[in-house]
Design a protein around this ligand. Structure first.
Ligand code: PMV
Length: 368
């Protein structure tokens, strides 16, 4: 596999610290890290978790993972040993996945090889709600690991803590790489941002009219989705429209980057909605094709568009890889949008469930 540029830098920094003898140390760190919702979608990847196209997301505020990591380093063990609890209960299936992930990142964090970790994680949002828990949890984990690394060596191991955390998070879940930054972040090489990278995400500047954007998530279907994102990425390898999609995504990145600079809410909505529908078009045109949206997903979309057209309110939708609908609107339109959501969208949600969130400021350290 091709070794990327930033990866090479991290590997040489890891080689430098691996020569230092680590005393047995114990401690704990804790982070609260948000999920994000993609506005330009990442769908399709190459080996080594390299995205087929660049993506851009809005960081959420209330939808976070709170993760506490207790560590004991310098143990005579072979490979990281993990004890994992999710919301107070052991989660053995997830623990196995995490242990595999930790083994995979040992080349970048050699101290993990002799480290025992005990992780307790909880989310502020329900499972299968259309909020990506992989983004919040893998970014929280990456931050915790980067902080442990600094505590063990008593100094910064790399010059950009968040960039390394984004890189490490990406290896667990591509979209998690974008959760390291507040407001909005872009991941993947794109002509729109000079310092963009396939290896980590970067924060992006946004116009103040788009700052404080709301996201009300309509729970159309609370069930587990039938086809995982991993499978969805995989199916892009044989999708006959894949090449066109990757080109269209790059064109949308450029449109979105311009829109974010000038703060054009109307165009923001156009690009965002095109991306959501394109993502689901890719699912439908895969071989085999599949459908994750439900009749009420379409009903919500139609009601949103009708309301927008008849009132001129700046409100639009995006979809993740599932049936639930993210309804986005700027602060200026919030009062009208909320009334509409309550009176016309709530009734088509499962048990009238809606999660109200908004643009957030990114991860924070929390009390250990
Ligand atoms: O990071 P993954 O592998 O869970 O893929 C995320 C894919 C989408 O959520 C559908 C789009 C995105 O860019 O977040």
């Amino acid at each position: 596999m091709k070794i990327e540029k930033y990866e090479e830098k991290l590997l040489s920094e890891a080689a430098a610290i691996s020569t230092k003898n680590l005393a047995r140390k114990q401690g704990s760190v804790a982070w609260s890290s948000p999920s994000n919702i993609a506005l330009v979608k990442y769908w399709g990847k190459y080996p080594g978790q390299i995205p087929a196209n660049a993506s851009l997301s809005m960081t959420l505020d209330s939808a976070v993972t709170i993760m506490k990591l207790d560590y004991t380093s310098g143990e005579s063990i072979n490979g990281p040993v993990l004890n994992f609890e999710f919301e107070g209960s052991k989660a053995p299936d997830f623990a196995i996945k995490l242990e595999k992930y930790l083994q995979g990142i040992v080349p970048f964090m050699p101290w993990l090889d002799s480290c025992k970790l005990s992780i307790r994680s909880e989310n502020t949002f329900p499972h299968s709600s259309g909020i990506a828990s992989s983004a919040s949890s893998m970014s929280a984990l990456a931050l915790g690991l980067c902080e442990i690394e600094e505590l063990l060596y008593g100094e910064a191991v790399t010059d950009d803590f968040l960039r390394k955390a984004s890189f490490i998070a990406r290896l667990g879940s591509g979209s998690a790489s974008r959760s390291l930054y507040g407001k909005m972040a872009a991941w993947g090489i794109t002509a729109s941002y000079a310092h963009s990278s396939d290896e980590y995400a970067i924060p992006v500047e946004i116009h103040e009219d788009l700052s404080g954007m709301h996201d009300s998530i309509l729970i159309i279907d609370p069930g587990q989705k039938m086809v995982s994102s991993t499978m969805g990425h995989e199916l892009m390898r044989t999708n006959p429209y894949a090449k066109l999609r990757f080109e269209a995504a790059e064109a949308n990145m450029q449109l979105m980057a311009d829109v974010l600079k000038i703060g054009d809410t109307r165009k923001f909505i156009d690009v965002m909605e095109n991306e959501a529908l394109s993502l689901h078009a890719m699912m439908m045109t895969g071989i085999p094709g599949y459908i994750l949206i439900k009749p009420n997903t379409l009903e919500a979309i139609q009601r949103i568009r009708k309301f927008r057209n008849s009132t001129g309110t700046a409100i639009g939708f995006t979809l993740d890889a599932g049936a639930n609908v993210h309804v986005l609107y700027p602060e200026k339109a919030a009062a009208k949008a909320r009334l509409f959501i309550e009176s016309e969208l709530k009734e088509i949600c499962d048990n009238e469930k809606i999660i109200h969130d908004k643009m957030g400021n990114g991860p924070v350290r929390v009390e250990r």
